[in-house]
Write a protein that binds this ligand. Structure first.
Ligand SMILES: [Zn+2]
Length: 311
């Protein structure tokens, strides 16, 4: 089969590799569509110590496809918690000690979903839901988990900094939780698109909760400046950050991080996509074959949100 593999930063190659052989409980999926995302774009440029530890590495993790054994259309998350370790028993499934290795290899004709994920985090796609929308299950699940981590509730004001694909999904997730959502930053056309995802453009000043969805130091500082005294800032990315502890202390700010997703959020995300509440398909702005992925990551078009990769 043909697969796009990561050989090192900036080096992606379409190669002929053996089709994986499913063992007991594994599910072999014929990939209909995979989606690009920001994590993959970053990993392409810099490598990734966890996702792409060994090279050449399979690549890509958002997908929808056909279970070759049953003919069903399915989606799967890129991990599943074990249910037995200490964090899992505490209910903190995103901190499961056995989440890794994360599933990679969606930029290929076939992807083997191992039994540990197939048993817990592989779901049939509802009839009528487009594969490229269903493939957003994993990132949307991260957003639903993030909204829960931030404690977002009805009638709160929420500012989402950064109207990229994740920012727009966060807008929808926060709106769905009943919040009044403002989208901050980005280009005018992106802020207009955010209206379709439940957010109004604004400056976000004094919001109860600020969600940072850009992943730059500048955006982290913006998020910390926008939040009201006593409010919460949710960080979606992670690197070093210098925090003004004066505000943290005197204004009792809460800073929280969110990572990954849980099986509950994976199910909720697929249902949210199937609800048709938002024009999710507008998050897919480009379509490429396996050969086109490297070019997109190396030189992203200005209007790129997510690309559908058709293997
Ligand atoms: Zn666990």
């Amino acid at each position: 089969m043909r697969a796009l593999r990561f050989h090192g930063p900036g080096d992606l190659r379409v190669e002929e590799v053996p089709r994986p052989e499913p063992g007991p409980g594994d599910i072999l999926v014929q990939v209909e569509v995979a989606l690009t995302d920001g994590t993959d774009a970053k990993a392409f440029r810099r490598g990734h110590p966890l996702l792409l530890a060994e090279t050449p590495s399979p690549f890509g993790h958002e997908f929808c496809g056909i279970d070759t054994a049953t003919g069903r259309r399915v989606v799967a998350a890129n991990s599943a918690p074990c249910g037995g370790c200490a964090p899992c028993r505490r209910g903190q499934e995103t901190l499961c000690e056995n989440l890794r290795p994360f599933l990679n290899g969606a930029y290929a004709e076939y992807l083997l979903v191992p039994a540990r994920i197939a048993g817990r985090n592989l779901l049939p796609v509802p009839a009528g839901l487009a594969p490229e929308v269903a493939a957003m299950t994993e990132p949307l699940a991260c957003c639903l988990h993030g909204v829960e981590r931030a404690g977002i509730e009805a009638a709160q004001t929420v500012a989402v900094v950064g109207p990229g694909p994740i920012g727009l999904m966060l807008c929808a997730a926060a709106r769905d939780a009943g919040a009044r959502v403002t989208v901050v930053g980005g280009r005018p056309e992106r802020r207009e698109l955010a209206r379709e995802f439940g957010a109004d453009p604004g400056d976000g000043r004094g919001a109860d909760v600020v969600v940072e969805a850009v992943g730059t130091e500048e955006a982290w500082h913006d998020a910390l400046e926008l939040v009201r005294p006593g409010g919460t800032v949710l960080f979606f990315g992670g690197r070093e950050l210098v925090v003004d502890t004066f505000r943290l202390h005197y204004e009792e700010l809460t800073l929280r991080g969110a990572f990954h997703h849980t099986p509950r959020h994976v199910r909720a995300a697929l249902a949210f996509l199937a609800s048709g509440a938002h024009p999710w398909e507008r998050l897919v702005t480009h379509r490429v074959g396996l050969e086109g992925v490297a070019g997109l990551f190396a030189d992203p078009p200005r209007d790129l949100l997510k690309a559908a990769v058709l293997p």
